[in-house]
Design a protein around this ligand. Structure first.
Ligand SMILES: Cc1cc2nc3c(=O)[nH]c(=O)nc-3n(C[C@H](O)[C@H](O)[C@H](O)COP(=O)(O)OP(=O)(O)OC[C@H]3O[C@@H](n4cnc5c(N)ncnc54)[C@H](O)[C@@H]3O)c2cc1C
Length: 499
């Protein structure tokens, strides 16, 4: 269980147990929530920039001063996959000690500038804030304060380089430069080990670059993080798919330890007639071509340019990826000067949608339409093999399934057809089974997920660890980082011959 860890300051105010703080918690709880300012929807649609404007300094202090400083263990800290000491960071913010506050986040998180932008705080820290919940939800806006602090620090001193221990002479290979791999790389490098990151893509970052759109996470923040890692001595080898361009067994011989963080990035295949028509996209490819700067795209995708967006777009799915596709499509339609016509078709109702509520709201503000209890039956093409219509069927909800959500059931005879020129299938992601297939002794399960100890990340192979989406399936940036931090600790002990 994470415990309150005061920052390195000798400040007695920070060193005390929070339960003994002389503050009026009732008065704090009555302070009104400070609004978050977003770019106006019509303006947002004209570009792919982040939509949330930064808190003004004074507003950040006021909002941080709404925190009632729950005694240990604070629910927000417990809900954070990284165990960030949020109450202490907010206390420092309230006092205007922004860099110290930013460094409280850095203590437990290797990339707080990224987490502050992409974490679904409504489900994590903010969702567990004692001031939240109920119709008059008044949670402290932790994510927006964290982003303010990190941007403040960045403007003042850039991303601090941090310390690196003297070289140990040990070498570690990281397979996959997503958040889990980058977290392992940074921790082990700081402990003095030589670290090399292999990635199949032209640039590290994983889904931070090749998935999450720039209107949620500016790509420059990821590029700067990678620059920082290069400066502390981490080597990156791009365009190298382990299991194809180089074998895992070779890495196991060349390096004392190997971490696998290859994610789960294979688009779930569609079993519908017409899914191969021109105009029907898989979410993964669509988001890369729509969002990633050309120079960072894999050459095969870069050669195709932006997706050929139509005037009538349907996105199939209900998760965050679906919402990212909807909002990217709206921006592409705007760029073409089309009337906005992007519909998200989901087979359950809004109440069962797995994605983040705030992102759905953003999509609505930007003009997205929704059709609930609707599933595609087939995609219909014209004489040129291009999508021209989609046949849908209406659904109703039955008994709960294994996910706890009510199972959608087809209503026989309710099929209907709509004209459409673009369909994007955001049906989820599967693991890539390349490594499992090319290394028979690497234990895998469920279509290629790597079996690893949940605490240490150790796999069935002696000097190989794994973590992130490749182990637990598609999840979150913060949980991938957490897996990386745990594995890094275990790898370090192994390298130093400690238990
Ligand atoms: C569209 C989309 C939006 C998302 N939005 C959010 C969000 O807002 N907030 C949030 O918290 N999470 C979000 N997620 C989930 C989050 O991005 C992932 O959970 C997280 O990135 C997983 O990190 P990872 O390190 O396990 O893998 P990844 O980020 O997938 O990185 C894996 C890396 O491994 C590389 N690789 C794969 N195979 C090989 C190989 N054989 N050899 C070498 N390299 C290889 C890949 O090129 C990639 O760089 C989103 C996911 C998607 C798809």
């Amino acid at each position: 269980m994470p415990q309150h860890t005061p920052p390195d300051s000798a400040d007695p105010l920070l060193a005390v147990d929070r339960s003994e703080l002389d503050i009026d918690r009732k008065a704090r709880a009555k302070r009104p929530m400070q609004p978050v300012v977003k770019e106006e929807a019509q303006k947002r649609l004209t570009n792919f920039n982040e939509i949330y404007l930064l808190y003004e300094t004074e507003i950040a202090c006021i909002e941080a001063g709404r925190c009632i400083q729950c005694p240990d263990p604070a629910p927000c800290q417990l809900a954070c996959p990284l165990g960030n000491d949020i109450p202490t960071a907010l206390r420092l913010t309230e006092q205007g000690r922004f860099i110290e506050a930013a460094n409280v986040f850095r203590k437990t998180s290797p990339m707080p500038e990224i987490c502050s932008r992409v974490c679904p705080q409504e489900r994590l820290c903010e969702g567990s804030c004692t001031q939240g919940g109920g119709p008059n939800d008044q949670h402290v806006r932790i994510g927006k304060i964290e982003k303010f602090l990190l941007e403040y620090q960045y403007a003042m001193e850039g991303i601090p380089l941090g310390e690196v221990a003297p070289d140990t002479g040990k070498r570690v290979a990281i397979v996959g430069g997503g958040p889990s791999g980058l977290a392992v790389a940074e921790i082990l490098r700081r402990k003095g080990h030589a670290v090399t990151v292999y990635d199949a893509n032209p640039f590290p970052g994983g889904l931070l670059i090749y998935g999450i759109p720039a209107f949620k996470l500016e790509k420059s923040r990821v590029v700067e993080k990678v620059e920082q890692l290069k400066k502390i001595g981490i080597t990156f080898i791009p365009n190298t798919k382990v299991g194809v361009d180089i074998m895992l067994d070779d890495l196991r011989k060349q390096y004392e330890a190997v971490f696998i963080g290859v994610g789960a990035n294979v688009d779930a295949t569609a079993r519908f007639d017409g899914a191969d028509l021109e105009g029907v996209y898989q979410a993964g490819e669509f988001l890369i071509r729509a969002n990633v700067p050309l120079e960072l795209q894999p050459p095969a995708l870069a050669a195709q340019g932006k997706p050929d967006i139509g005037r009538r777009v349907y996105v199939v799915g209900g998760g965050d990826t679906a919402m990212d596709c909807v909002r990217s499509s709206l921006r592409l339609q705007m760029a073409h000067g089309y009337d906005l016509a992007v519909t998200c078709a989901y087979r359950r109702t809004e109440a069962e949608m797995p994605g983040c509520r705030a992102e759905r709201e953003n999509a609505r503000e930007e003009g997205a339409q929704f059709e609930w209890l609707t599933a595609p039956v087939r995609f219909i093409g014209d004489e040129h093999g291009k999508l021209s219509a989609i046949e849908f069927v209406k659904m109703e909800l039955g008994a709960p399934d294994e996910s706890g959500r009510r199972r959608p059931i087809k209503i026989e005879g309710s099929e209907y057809t709509v004209p459409a020129d673009t369909a994007i299938l955001a049906l989820g992601y599967w693991p890539d089974d390349t490594l499992g297939k090319t290394v028979p002794d690497l234990e895998t399960h469920d279509w290629g997920l790597i079996t690893a100890d949940p605490e240490t990340g150790r796999t069935s192979l002696t000097n190989v660890w794994a973590g992130g989406d490749a182990v637990h399936g598609p999840d979150l940036v913060s949980t991938a980082i957490r897996a990386g931090l745990h594995a890094a600790q275990s790898i370090h002990l192994y390298l130093m011959n400690e238990t």
